[in-house]
Design a protein around this ligand. Structure first.
Ligand code: ADP
Ligand code: ZN
Length: 604
């Protein structure tokens, strides 16, 4: 097993559970594998495919995912192909023949094709195993239900002795049971790996308004110069305006949302995958069909509607295991809008609850990763050290007077103001609405002038989260004081608020250097003795891009970021040394070794 892993994939060891999973399939038994995105599911069926006689059949729901997998396998010298509706007749015939003749080690197939071929092609082939990727598509409970997936129960009837492996990154219990049941898995071994993604840093910024968000984003991207990332926005308009803002600052950006034509969307996706643009501004519609391993950061311009969505979206960063950053903006406007969506949805109760859990995450004053993991039913004994709360624990102060000012202003308007007017009143701003209603005559008018508007946004968010007032979504979003709010207002209790931190942001010019060179030990926090050469990294990245363009495959398939970092740290100057790099198999060593070694030699 380990020899084959090294030979084809260039890896020295297995990730947790991989070996056990592979063994079960080699023993001819069924398995259900639950692993987070980037956990290394593919190896779990690719290795048994290589170690068994015959051809492995992999069922996959999306053509783009199949394409990506086939390209990666071919780049490692493994015979693989995809059968789906994108092939033309001639291509199909050639591929079918190759399958029957046993020339393919792995065949990716869409569920539709699997069903139509069950009595034809499948029966003519020598099949080693079935792998059902994205197996949650089988369940109506999941979010990506595919009716054809639910029809695959026939596999074990027709092929009772061929092992089936179901794999997914979505793991709730009902879905799990559904997969086992619908595929008629026989006493499957169930493997559940930790959903922790320690390489993703977690940061939340509360109460930022547009200008501040944009400044923060530009600063963030300047620290990720040349590195791919996705900005998720709640609306189509927002994706467009954020993209324009970035383009104005010289950052190559594509837009992706449901309002674009399929061709425009494909174009954006391809540009991103092939590193022709650095950033994609997208609605949630983006990301499902991509396996790009070197997405280095994710920004949420708006609060997502649930922790599931959030986790899935940030999961698209750092599949290669390298440190990657995530940043979430969280504002009152988002909460108001998302609550309205939830109220209008069919499942009001559930969706409101999900939103509350998301808010709790955003508002957390304990390790954020612990909150995420506990949401997915995992507990950990330690704080993560890689979230903003761990790195910079919030400090609190007695905010009773601030809260009383706000609540008293609400009370004096007879609880008939929304957040914006409330801030006008507190700040003493003579806005039209204030004058019209005569709020400038209130005793509290201007009582909070000493606090800037954006800080009021932050404090009011904290107050909402602490439960001192509620928003009446069915009554113009007016603010209503709760009974615990009254306790504060009448001086019966005091309040601790979090100190607001605002970093001074100076936007730097594009720098060629990576400010935080990756070292193998960076994740664990121990500095490595060997420093990475960042200009060599750039040169290798350029070489990779050139090769990718020649071969018309994405750069990360030619070589992962992880390999490039190792090359620019360890400087292999012989083919042999090059082959020892983790992630370089025999095929890539032969194919690319000389070119990379020559570039390294020139540099040192
Ligand atoms: P998933 O399908 O679970 O999202 P992948 O199978 O795409 O994850 O694997 C994620 C990344 O981890 C890939 O770049 C893959 O090559 C790498 N990987 C998988 N197994 C190992 C291993 N044993 N050692 C090093 N890297 C691995
Ligand atoms: Zn933490």
């Amino acid at each position: 097993m380990i020899e084959t892993l090294k030979k084809y994939f260039g890896y020295d060891s297995f990730r947790p559970l991989q070996k056990e999973i592979i063994q079960v399939i080699l023993d001819g038994k069924d398995a259900l594998v639950l692993m987070p995105t980037g956990g290394g599911k593919s190896i779990c069926y690719q290795l048994p495919a290589l170690l068994s006689e015959g051809t492995a059949i992999i069922v996959s729901p999306l053509i783009s995912l199949m394409k990506d997998q086939v390209e990666s396998l071919c780049a490692n010298g493994i015979t693989a192909c995809a059968l789906n509706s994108s092939n033309d007749e001639t291509e199909n015939m050639i591929l079918r023949r190759a399958c029957v003749e046993g020339k393919m080690k792995l065949v990716y197939i869409s569920p539709e094709k699997l069903i139509t071929e069950k009595d034809y092609l499948l029966k003519e082939m020598h099949i080693s195993l079935f792998a059902i990727d994205e197996a949650h598509c089988i369940s109506q409970w999941g979010h990506d239900f595919r009716p054809e997936y639910a029809k695959m129960g026939f596999l074990h009837e027709i092929f009772p002795n061929i092992p089936i492996m179901a794999l997914t990154a979505t793991a709730d219990k009902i879905t799990r049971e559904d997969i086992v049941h619908q595929l008629h898995l026989k006493e499957p071994k169930i493997f559940i790996s930790s959903f922790d993604r320690p390489n993703l840093s977690l940061t939340v910024k509360r109460g930022y308004q547009q200008k501040e968000k944009n400044k923060t984003i530009l600063d963030f991207i300047s620290k990720h110069s040349g590195e791919s990332g996705i900005i998720y926005c709640m609306s189509r308009n927002k994706t467009e305006s954020v993209a324009q803002m970035l383009q104005k600052h010289g950052i190559s950006t594509a837009v992706y949302h449901a309002g674009l034509s399929p061709a425009q969307r494909d174009g954006a996706q391809n540009d991103f995958i092939n590193d022709h643009v650095q950033v994609v501004c997208a609605t949630i519609a983006f990301g499902m069909g991509i396996d790009k391993s070197n997405v280095r950061w994710i920004i949420h311009y708006n609060l997502p509607k649930s922790i599931e969505s959030f986790y899935q979206e940030i999961g698209r960063a750092g599949r290669d295991g390298l440190p990657s950053d995530t940043l979430l903006f969280y504002s009152l406007a988002d909460i108001i809008l998302l609550t309205q969506f939830a109220m209008e949805s069919g499942q009001q109760g559930i969706n409101i609850e999900k939103l509350h859990r998301m808010q709790q995450y955003a508002e957390a004053d304990i390790c954020r990763r612990r909150i995420l993991l506990s949401y997915f039913g995992e507990t950990t004994a330690k704080d993560c050290g890689n979230c903003d709360v761990c790195k910079n624990p919030p400090q609190r102060f007695d905010g009773t007077i601030i809260v009383q000012k706000a609540l008293s202003a609400i009370a004096r308007t007879e609880q008939r103001v929304n957040i914006h007017i409330l801030i006008d009143i507190l700040r003493g701003t003579m806005s039209q609405e204030v004058m019209k209603k005569g709020y400038h005559n209130l005793k509290t008018f201007g009582a909070g002038r000493d606090i800037p508007g954006h800080d009021w946004h932050d404090y009011l968010l904290q107050m909402l989260q602490l439960g001192y007032f509620e928003i009446a979504y069915n009554e113009n979003n007016y603010l209503k004081i709760t009974s615990s709010g009254k306790d504060v207002l009448f001086g019966r209790v005091t309040v601790q608020l979090a100190v607001i931190r605002r970093e001074e942001i100076t936007i730097k010019k594009k720098s060629k250097k990576r400010p935080q060179p990756f070292t193998a030990k960076a994740i664990s926090g121990t500095p490595s003795a060997i420093e990475e050469d960042t200009s060599l990294f750039e040169a290798l990245r350029q070489l990779r891009k050139q090769l990718a363009e020649q071969e018309m495959i994405p750069p990360y398939i030619v070589m992962s970021d992880k390999v490039l970092h190792q090359l620019s740290t360890f400087h292999p100057t012989t083919l042999e040394e090059f082959g020892n790099i983790n992630g370089i198999g025999e095929y890539k060593k032969k194919k690319y070794g000389e070119k990379f070694v020559n570039t390294i030699k020139k540099f040192i």
